[in-house]
Design a protein around this ligand. Structure first.
Ligand code: NDP
Length: 321
């Protein structure tokens, strides 16, 4: 039976998620998290939000009985957590259920970037193998690389476990040293970049990490440097990155995330030695279904028991009304 609460869905939730959510709650959908799309006739009915993207202060203020925002994704930099926390609104995210999938994609992107798999496939499909002979030897190799991980959290550790199997040394930078790993710790990102030649970004977005990978960090990474980003586009100064690729300051980059998605800057599209993916790191049916289930399970748990399953740390203190 449906609960006595309306869940506002922002943007496109997948069909499976919408169907399941509709069995449990009344559902209303608006195109995006814009307070101007909220109507006076139903604003007061909304007690929860299910969102794949932005939830700003204006939207939160437009919904007087809002109790919880279920963010579809582990990264919640698009949700105004401070405002939610101040207004006793619970925010949940989807940790763990996507960790291994995202780590798999990060490794795929790394190998593609270093060994030019996509580029060489294009060569075959364009008929150039038969006409021009063997594809040129790749300039780069994974052999003898040293890998740095920016953001050794759930996903970062899953990436590190895979890199260990490749026989490569690992170092990392977080704000805090991780207790249960033996990887080398660097207290700053420039120091990490200087110590490695392969930098994998899996840190969260938001103001604190904005443009963390700047011209200085790219220079420190060096001419054999490979940058892989599966964290957030905002982690990287994209103008500096395009210049670094163009000038040979670093060797190559593989990116799954961009500063202004779904738009990718022309400078990056034009830059040499790049593999660019449309934010697909968690995007399999299997994993997206697990994420949808966790969003919905959080909403159900909140309205049935007053407790969320996976609250983000900033709203762990929030209590149900
Ligand atoms: P975790 O919270 O487990 O890990 C985040 C790590 O980043 C922690 O080790 C944390 O360590 C570190 N970190 C956070 N802030 C900073 C900072 N200011 N400076 C240095 N290090 C920092 O998250 P997950 O591993 O589950 O997810 C990580 C991110 O991956 C998400 O936030 C999301 O943006 C991205 N992601 C991207 C996907 C995609 O589709 N491309 C899919 C899923 C996730 P400490 O607190 O000690 O600093």
């Amino acid at each position: 039976t449906q609960r006595d609460a309306t869940i506002l869905v922002l943007g496109r939730f997948n069909d499976y998620a919408l169907q399941r959510l509709s069995r449990e709650f009344r559902v209303r959908t608006i195109e995006r998290g814009d307070a101007a799309l909220v109507e006076a006739g139903w604003a007061a009915d909304v007690k929860g939000i299910a969102s794949m993207w932005e939830v700003n202060a204006g939207l939160i203020d437009a919904l007087p009985n809002l109790e919880i925002v279920g963010n579809f994704g582990v990264g919640y930099d698009a949700v105004d957590v401070k405002h939610a926390s101040a207004n006793n609104i619970m925010i949940t995210n989807t940790p763990d259920v996507l960790t291994e999938e995202v780590a798999d994609t990060a490794i795929g992107l790394l190998i593609d970037t270093v060994r030019e798999l996509s580029q060489s496939q294009l060569y075959l499909r364009e008929g150039r193998w038969a006409k021009e002979g063997a594809y040129p030897l790749s300039k780069l190799s994974l052999r003898d690389r040293k890998v740095g991980i920016f953001g050794l959290g759930r996903i970062g550790k899953a990436v590190a476990r895979r890199i260990e199997a490749f026989g490569l040394p690992i170092a990392y930078h977080n704000r805090r040293k991780v207790a249960d790993v033996s990887y080398e710790y660097y207290p700053s990102l420039p120091e990490l970049a200087a110590a490695v030649d392969t930098l994998i970004l899996v840190a969260p977005g938001g103001a604190e990490t904005a443009n963390a990978v700047n011209a200085q960090v790219l220079k420190a990474l060096g001419p054999d440097g490979v940058l892989i980003n599966v964290g957030r586009g905002t982690l990287v100064d994209e103008t500096a990155l395009a210049e670094a690729l163009e000038n040979g300051t670093i060797a190559a980059a593989g990116l799954d995330v961009f500063a202004d998605e779904p738009h990718v800057s022309q400078a990056l599209l034009d830059a040499p030695n790049t593999v660019l993916l449309p934010h697909i790191a968690s995007a399999s049916h299997k994993t997206r279904q697990a994420m949808a289930d966790l969003v919905i399970d959080n909403l159900i748990s909140w309205f049935d028991t007053g407790k969320a399953l996976t609250p983000v740390p900033e709203t762990a203190h929030v209590t149900s009304k």
